[in-house]
Design a protein around this ligand. Structure first.
Ligand code: FAQ
Length: 329
């Protein structure tokens, strides 16, 4: 008798739990459908939380690894003005990383854990930052194309269903917009400069164009997460839609710059109302993701070294915060 009663109690408890979960799920789905924001203390499906952590961590990692290719040119910037601009931009990228790690913390995943996953290769960062910055013009090409692609991808993230991520993106996009313009202005100067400067700008665009298109991720039919992320309104547009939007924006800008995009198949398609463009080398993309890009090893080893050498700064900051906290208490 006692055992039967215990079974009944367990079954009742399970039913009640299932009902609660169903009610939570219904409330979550309704909030997403109504374009309301999901906030850190709201109930959310485990898979939603995990996918957000995955994307936000990858995004944060991209911001801080993305400091490396440009930092490479700070000491060699051709004027004090260019040096000040570049330093400000690289600092902004560090800030973006910090907003995003903080936003990810609101989902219960600490920064140390995320950095550990980056350093041990268990989480990704954007493929684009595995290419080298060979000349000063690359700084311009990164600003124009890489930041341009980043903005195209990130403006819709300001409407992401998860509140802290969406709010972080508002400020990030404002700063990315300045970054894009500085790159464009830099390339404009080079393009209208000496024949050697023009050639250097063209060479940079030739090398950065295709990797910039890869930043948007694999084609829609190979994108593992898009469908679910779009249902959850984490992503608002598919990878291919955003890639197309970027190409359409970049073509007239390239013309204004007096530079050529390295794609013989690029042409306006009247019927589609968009530019057609050539085939992307997806083998190269997947290969870079596997760690075989030109700079993968260098980027990660430099990041690990920076982390190790920054240990004393973290310790000092923690000690200061503890002392400060005690004083305030
Ligand atoms: N690189 O199923 P999907 C910047 C992975 S910030 C590496 O389509 P999803 C600022 C993807 O994670 C640039 N991996 O994935 C700056 C997944 O692998 P997983 C970063 C990539 O998430 C400028 C697998 O492939 N921006 O540039 C890439 O739906 C200048 C299947 O892909 C963001 O992170 C890639 N390009 O869509 C800084 C924006 N593409 O996770 C310094 C936020 C895909 O299963 C200087 N993120 N993968 O192991 C997003 O919008 C999305 O995550 C996508 C990918 C669109 C990147």
């Amino acid at each position: 008798m006692a055992t039967a009663a215990a079974h009944r109690t367990t079954a009742e408890a399970q039913d009640a739990e299932a009902e609660r979960t169903a009610a939570h799920e219904a409330a979550f789905d309704a909030a997403v459908a109504a374009d309301e924001r999901i906030e850190p203390r709201d109930w959310m499906p485990d898979a939603y939380r995990a996918s957000l952590v995955r994307q936000m961590a990858q995004h944060a990692h991209s911001e801080i690894i993305g400091m490396q290719p440009e930092a490479n040119w700070i000491t060699r910037a051709p004027s004090l003005r260019r040096k000040a601009i570049l330093m400000a931009k690289v600092q902004d990228e560090a800030g973006h990383g910090l907003y995003l790690y903080s936003a990810a913390e609101t989902l219960g995943t600490g920064r140390e854990e995320l950095l550990d996953k980056l350093h041990s290769g268990r989480q990704k960062y954007s493929s684009i930052f595995n290419y080298p910055t060979l000349t000063w013009a690359d700084v311009g090409a990164i600003g124009w194309l890489v930041d341009g692609a980043a903005i195209t991808n990130q403006v819709p993230l300001c409407r992401c269903s998860y509140g802290p991520y969406a709010r972080a993106m508002v400020r990030i996009c404002k700063e990315e917009s300045f970054h894009q313009r500085q790159g464009y202005e830099l390339l404009l100067h080079l393009s209208n400069g000496t024949p050697e400067q023009h050639a250097m700008a063209q060479d940079a665009v030739d090398r950065w164009w295709w990797p910039s298109l890869m930043m948007f991720g694999p084609p829609d039919d190979e994108s593992a997460h898009s469908a679910q992320s779009m249902t959850w309104k984490i992503k608002r547009h598919s990878n291919d839609e955003l890639r197309q939007r970027f190409v359409d924006i970049a073509v007239p800008q390239a013309e204004a710059l007096g530079l050529t995009l390295p794609d013989p198949d690029l042409r306006w398609n009247e019927e589609r109302g968009h530019h057609d463009f050539g085939a992307i080398d997806w083998d190269e993309f997947w290969d870079v993701l596997k760690g075989n890009g030109p700079c993968n090893e260098q980027r990660i080893s430099q990041r690990r070294t920076a982390h190790e050498e920054g240990a004393w700064v973290r310790e000092a900051a923690s000690a200061y915060a503890a002392k400060h906290g005690k004083a305030a208490a």
